[in-house]
Write a protein that binds this ligand. Structure first.
Ligand code: PLP
Length: 340
């Protein structure tokens, strides 16, 4: 049994701590749920192949349903991948920092996680990373792209170089936030059978509550993992809401644009700050470092704003919320600037 335990996050107040969407699902989706709730066969188990969902998601991504597996959030897909592809005492390579659930699952399954340090103040050095992979010789490589929490984004070309350099290694790219970024690595799946990509409806689609995620890879990999997946991991209600959201995907576009614009405005605002540095981000959150972090956290707390803090670090992460929420957050940064 691993030693890493998962920390739940606060769910009261102004929630800028878990990179969720500030908005409820679109009215068209809510209407469809309302109109169909009584006719859903909730007395029946769902279709365990989740074929319809795989068809719809693959269509959206220009893939085939055989290349898609659905799960109870991308978390569950990460657990399935790590649990089946990383044996005990085997080595996985990721970044520091990266998504904490990698630590959780790798420790749970008895593997070892080595972390390649990334610093938002230093440009990412692909060659150095490739050399590190050669030295560490990991059994698998996994990382979020855009990176949570730094916001660092590796272009498709860089990911392709890694896939080319290490064709024998399994490489998982966690694209939980990719809709906020310029491009995805998904199209590489047809050419690189060692590539695995995870996706989610929790972030850009604003459906964290239904717990719906995807694992995308070569059909042989998907079939192999499907056989090892827990049956019925997605319930009928979530399946229905997910299908409805995919049908109304056009509703997501304006929200995405709004969040991206607000993120970029917030970064622009950050340039005037002397005591705090906001780091560029291609996701729906921003990492910031401040000598006055404690004062910022205190003021956030006074205004009921929850953000993500990291124990013993001088940085924190703030999710891009609604306009009003971000105005409140700006006030905090400005008040701290004015303090002597
Ligand atoms: C990088 C990353 N991957 C995966 C997830 C999990 O997403 P899901 O809600 O699909 O389980 C998160 C959630 O915060 C995340 O930050």
């Amino acid at each position: 049994m691993g030693s890493y335990s998962y920390q739940s996050h606060a769910q009261k107040g102004i929630l800028l701590n878990a990179n969720e969407s500030p908005y409820k699902p679109a009215p068209a989706i809510l209407k469809e749920i309302q109109e169909n709730i009584t006719t859903l066969d909730l007395n029946r188990y769902p279709d365990n192949t989740y074929w319809k969902l795989r068809e719809e998601y693959s269509k959206l991504q220009g893939l085939r349903p055989e290349q898609v597996l659905v799960g109870n959030g991308s978390d569950q897909m990460l657990g399935l991948f790590i649990g089946n592809l990383l044996g005990e005492k085997k080595i996985a390579l990721s970044f520091s920092k990266d998504f904490s659930m990698y630590d959780y699952y790798i420790s749970l399954y008895g593997g070892e996680l080595v972390k390649y340090p990334i610093d938002p103040e230093v440009p990412f050095d692909l060659q150095d990373w490739i050399q590190t992979i050669e030295t560490i010789d990991p059994d698998l490589i996994l990382f979020s792209n855009p990176n949570n929490p730094t916001g660092l984004f590796l272009e498709k070309e860089s990911i392709q170089k890694i896939l080319e350099a290490f064709p024998e290694r399994k490489i998982l790219v966690d694209e939980a936030y990719v809709e906020f970024a310029p491009e995805s690595a998904l199209s590489l799946i047809d050419r690189y059978p060692n590539l695995y990509v995870t996706r989610t409806l929790s972030k850009a689609f604003g459906l964290a509550g239904i717990r719906l995620g995807f694992l995308l890879s070569d059909p042989k990999n998907i079939e192999w993992l499907q056989q090892r997946n827990v049956p019925y991991s997605v319930n009928r209600l979530s399946e229905f809401v997910a299908l409805s959201a995919l049908k109304h995907v056009d509703q997501i576009e304006p929200i995405l644009k709004e969040i991206i614009d607000r993120r970029d405005c917030f970064l622009e605002f950050g340039k005037q700050l002397q005591k705090t540095t906001l780091y560029p981000s291609q996701a729906n959150f921003i990492l910031f470092r401040s000598k006055q972090l404690q004062a910022i956290l205190r003021k956030m707390n006074e205004k009921g704003i929850q953000i993500r803090v990291f124990p013993n670090e001088d940085y924190a992460r703030i999710t891009i919320g609604s306009e009003q929420e971000m105005e409140l957050a700006k006030e905090v940064f400005l008040e701290v600037e004015r303090e002597i």
